[in-house]
Design a protein around this ligand. Structure first.
Ligand code: PAF
Length: 281
């Protein structure tokens, strides 16, 4: 496994891969890796000749300075984990390497960024698009891998790729959520939870699972109300939003179309913000 910290070095390795006619899969991450990231890397390893993983905590996607400061970082552990999977190159740039000058670009996502996360994390998706577009321009992968846990992010990255970066011809692959034994969606932020908060966190997926298995008995308003109330019953948990949305437009629906609709939630567990989603089949 090769570790590079500069675009110049990375591009040198990528040129060798391209010149040999081999394919590249790319897994962008912010580090604090868990089984979800490792499964994306394994998927890439199956689909491509070479896999590049980036580790970069992107400052422009944090609308809250404390959140950026607290974001978990453990490079040594990340590298040890990547050695256990099909990762060929790790790219770990500095902030100066990625942003030699301020990135003033703004992206239009045709409303996809105005709902759910976009309402509560102003500018977040613009920052994601800034870094992902820079990374895509550097790596120019054949395929890029994202987790379904960040449901809205995946939709926005597809839009970004189709509308701003179509010349790169990158196939976006969205892979299933990997969950802990008690159902909690794996996330780097889970490491910030206290033992007690970690126990509470399981109620989020438990409640979503209960109602997605039983949604036909309720209207969408009733589902939102019941899920919100049941999660809020735990004193550590505070729902920020529950939304039931169309998988493509991300607009709130009043009628569920099986296979085309998803329940999405954001919940504070203490001061740690967790998100999750379940498809309605
Ligand atoms: O999902 C993430 O970890 C980040 O938003 C991403 C895509 C690596 C961009 O910083």
């Amino acid at each position: 496994m090769i570790i590079t910290r500069t675009k110049k070095d990375l591009k040198r390795y990528l040129k060798l891969i391209k010149d040999a006619g081999k394919t590249t899969g790319f897994v962008p991450t912010m580090g604090a890796l868990h089984k979800g990231h490792l499964s994306l890397t394994e998927c890439s390893g199956k689909d491509n000749d070479f896999t590049v993983v980036s580790i970069f905590v992107n400052p422009t996607q944090f609308n809250n300075k404390d959140d950026l400061k607290r974001y978990p970082r453990d490079e040594e552990k990340d590298l040890a984990l990547l050695l256990s999977v099909s990762c060929d190159i790790v790219f770990i740039p500095s902030v100066e390497e990625m942003y030699p000058e301020e990135d003033k670009r703004t992206f239009d996502f045709n409303g996809l960024d105005e709902v759910m996360e976009g309402k509560y994390r102003k500018g977040h998706f613009n920052g994601v698009a800034q870094v992902v577009s820079k990374l895509f321009e550097i790596v120019k992968p054949d395929r890029a891998y994202f987790g379904r846990k960040d449901f809205q992010q995946a939709a926005i990255i597809k839009y970004l790729t189709d509308n701003y970066l179509s010349d790169l011809n990158i196939e976006i692959k969205v892979c299933d959520i990997i969950r802990e034994d008690d159902g909690l969606a794996m996330s780097s932020r889970n490491t910030l939870l206290t033992e007690e908060q970690r126990k509470s966190a399981a109620l989020i997926s438990k409640t979503l699972k209960k109602y997605t298995g039983n949604y036909k008995n309720y209207s969408t308003e009733e589902l939102i109300k019941k899920i919100t109330e049941e999660i809020n019953e735990d004193p550590n948990l505070k729902v920020e939003y529950v939304d039931i949305v169309d998988d493509l437009s991300l607009e709130t629906v009043s009628e569920i179309k099986p296979g085309k609709t998803t329940i999405c939630v954001a919940v504070y567990d203490g001061n740690v913000r967790l998100i999750d989603n379940f498809p309605l089949k």
